[in-house]
Design a protein around this ligand. Structure first.
Ligand code: AMP
Length: 125
């Protein structure tokens, strides 16, 4: 069920609980601004989620409310995770779902990194 990207932040969402260490994740990267871990239901040979450490519901919330430092830190972390995974040369795909049409299901901003195969044209028609 897609979440409302304009709703107040829910501190009990699953990624908030991962950030607090209440539930486990397969961590691949962490710094002051971001945490990255393997998606529990991978859609590609490599499928990693990168989340900001701050309480942002969605890209909408983050792009409007986050400090410049949080935005820079998060964007750099996404690039670093892809670089560390060796994805730069073969290439990769980034995805951030927002709201009903985007079908965002977890109410904490996350960027999907997909790699390890050819993804072809942008979206199914
Ligand atoms: P989205 O539709 O963009 O909100 O995607 C949410 C993603 O979170 C899906 O790809 C899920 O497989 C993934 N996910 C949900 N719970 C977990 C979890 N506990 N650990 C890792 N990934 C998760």
């Amino acid at each position: 069920m897609p979440i409302d990207p304009t709703a107040p932040y829910d501190p009990d969402n699953i990624f908030a609980r991962i950030l607090r260490g209440e539930i486990p994740c397969k961590k691949v990267y962490e710094d002051e601004y971001a945490l990255a871990f393997h998606d529990i239901n991978p859609q590609a040979p490599l499928h990693v989620l990168v989340i900001p450490k701050g309480p942002y519901v969605s890209w909408e919330d983050f792009s409007a409310q986050a400090s410049d430092a949080d935005i820079v830190g998060f964007v750099r972390a996404v690039g670093q995770v892809a670089r560390d995974a060796g994805l730069v040369e073969p290439g990769y795909r980034l995805l951030a779902n927002v709201g009903q049409h985007g079908h965002q299901e977890v109410a904490h901003l996350h960027v999907h990194i997909f790699g390890g195969r050819q993804f072809g044209a942008m979206l199914p028609r």
